[in-house]
Design a protein around this ligand. Structure first.
Ligand SMILES: [Zn+2]
Length: 49
């Protein structure tokens, strides 16, 4: 399976790869990366805006 290094999670610093065009994380609006685990944590944070 093709696996390409994309970058590191901004929050936990774990490596994020792209598997056959599918990124194992989320690209934020500021172009930083978050793994799914950290992304899910963020989603649970109460939003104040
Ligand atoms: Zn993370």
């Amino acid at each position: 399976m093709e696996k390409e290094f994309v970058g590191k999670c901004k929050a936990c610093n774990s490596n994020i790869y792209c598997n056959s065009g599918f990124i194992e994380g989320v690209v934020q609006e500021d172009k930083t990366l978050l793994c799914f685990e950290c992304s899910n944590k963020n989603e649970k944070e109460p939003k104040t805006n």
